[in-house]
Design a protein around this ligand. Structure first.
Ligand code: FES
Ligand SMILES: [Fe+2]
Length: 437
């Protein structure tokens, strides 16, 4: 069981908290490249409980600064993004992407002390359509994350964001919760309607699988298994990677290349970043006659972004409208009456409250991956706080470069990790091809 104090440690990520300090060891996805245009509008970013301003200067470089101008703390959100920097509109001080003060036009030349002033600026990197920020203390930042989906050719990879209006841990736990898919998302699907060659049908025939979980160098992995055709088992593999990454089964192991980051904006809002290799086999979305399975829609409508701290990538179906639940559909052909996988996940995780009170839970064997992931996070945060131990994965992100989530069918009697390794040995590796070029 998770105690009250462990729940606090697990969920709080602001500056100075143990979990916030653990996250600040790693590069953190901040926003999409497409959200920032050269000399375009500065963007408010809430990240790990800090209010930041992101902008792209005239040369295309990205800066992520504390939103308060170092002069008298006016917000740089109102700044003029022009001629190689962001100029505060209060007294005209101007900063480059590294936070250097370039201009102090309200002072006579002999009083100018721009070389002594620096805006708080975090290090930034841009790769594959994502902008990353390093909010840690090191002089030399560690390498960027190396999950497979993050290094696939950008033109073959789709990156997207969605906001979740609750704490990051309960949001992330949906991705490592192997038994909910057959209920929340496909609970009303009749196996007779499914293409008899689609391997995901086994998850509908048997909705109560068994599990294996084990620690890995980067976090944890699990496999669920249940009967497939006679003599075989149907496996679904997934990973958690420190500090907030998941890879979840959404098609065959052979080509299901995706990664998801559950980035805390603050303690009660989370931004999900999804990187998806586009040439993967489509997941189960259609019945055998080609009609869409009611409610199982991966497309996800979002509201127009606003400039508010929490105004980006909000779902159209959200808690203010009960996720547009249709009770008639719930009675007839949809398990939830909520349309779309993302709003379904949002409804259940946000309904737990802003920060779920884990002392009220009743965990079951199906929650083993979740329990072990919490343990791994709490242990890592404590090891850093009490002994200064940084996870090895920070400096060796390539340790999980070959890890992948997905499903496969393997003969009964084969070990779960053997089935995983053997299937992956045959798999396409578009990211590695590129690395070798
Ligand atoms: S507060 Fe920004 S220039 Fe004065
Ligand atoms: Fe889900």
């Amino acid at each position: 069981m998770t105690s009250r104090s462990e729940n606090e440690l697990l969920t709080r990520i602001g500056p100075g908290t143990p979990m916030g300090t653990l996250m600040r060891q790693f590069w953190v996805p901040a926003c999409l490249s497409s959200e920032l245009a050269a000399d375009g509008d500065p963007v408010r970013l809430m990240l790990l409980g800090e209010k930041l301003i992101a902008f792209r200067d005239s040369n295309g470089r990205v800066g992520i600064l504390d939103h308060r101008c170092p002069h008298r703390c006016a917000s740089l959100f109102f700044g003029r993004n022009e001629e190689g920097g962001l100029r505060c509109v209060y007294h005209g001080w101007k900063y480059d992407t590294a936070g250097n003060c370039l201009d102090m036009p309200n002072l006579p030349q002999d009083q100018d002390f721009r070389d002594k002033v620096k805006a708080r600026a975090y290090r930034v990197a841009e790769r594959g359509g994502l902008i990353y920020v390093y909010m840690g203390e090191r002089e030399v930042a560690p390498p960027l994350p190396a999950l497979e989906a993050l290094v696939c050719p950008p033109e073959e990879t789709q990156v997207s964001c969605r906001q979740r209006e609750c704490n990051w841990v309960q949001a992330l736990e949906g991705d490592i919760d192997p038994s909910h898919f057959s209920f929340l998302h496909t609970g009303s699907v009749d196996v007779a309607d499914i293409d008899p060659s689609h391997t995901e049908r086994f998850s509908i025939i048997t909705r109560a699988p068994r599990y294996q979980v084990q620690q890995t160098d980067w976090g944890l992995m699990y496999a669920s298994h249940r009967p497939a055709d006679p003599g075989n088992l149907y496996y679904r593999y997934a990973h958690f990677a420190l500090p907030f990454w998941t890879m979840f089964p959404n098609g065959p192991l052979s080509d299901n290349i995706l990664a998801q980051a559950w980035v805390p904006m603050d303690d009660t809002h989370t931004m999900t970043f999804t990187a998806l290799w586009k040439r993967k086999t489509p997941p189960l979305e259609f019945t055998k006659d080609g009609t869409r399975i009611p409610g199982v829609d991966r497309m996800c409508e979002t509201l127009p972004n606003t400039a508010d701290w929490f105004g980006r990538w909000r779902l159209t179906a959200n808690q203010s409208n009960d996720y547009l639940i249709d009770r008639e559909a719930q009675r007839s052909d949809s398990y939830t009456g909520i349309w779309g996988v993302a709003p379904q996940d949002a409804a259940v995780t946000e309904s737990m409250g802003e920060i779920s009170d884990r002392t009220r839970e009743t965990l079951a064997p199906s929650d083993r991956m979740i329990a072990m992931t919490r343990r791994r996070l709490v242990d890592a945060a404590r090891a850093l706080r009490d002994h200064g131990t940084v996870p090895e994965f920070v400096d060796r992100p390539e340790m999980c470069a070959a890890a992948r989530a997905g499903d496969c069918v393997a003969p009964e009697g084969k070990l779960w990790l053997e089935a995983y390794e053997e299937t992956l040995a045959q798999a396409l590796r578009p990211g590695m091809l590129r690395a070798a070029e």
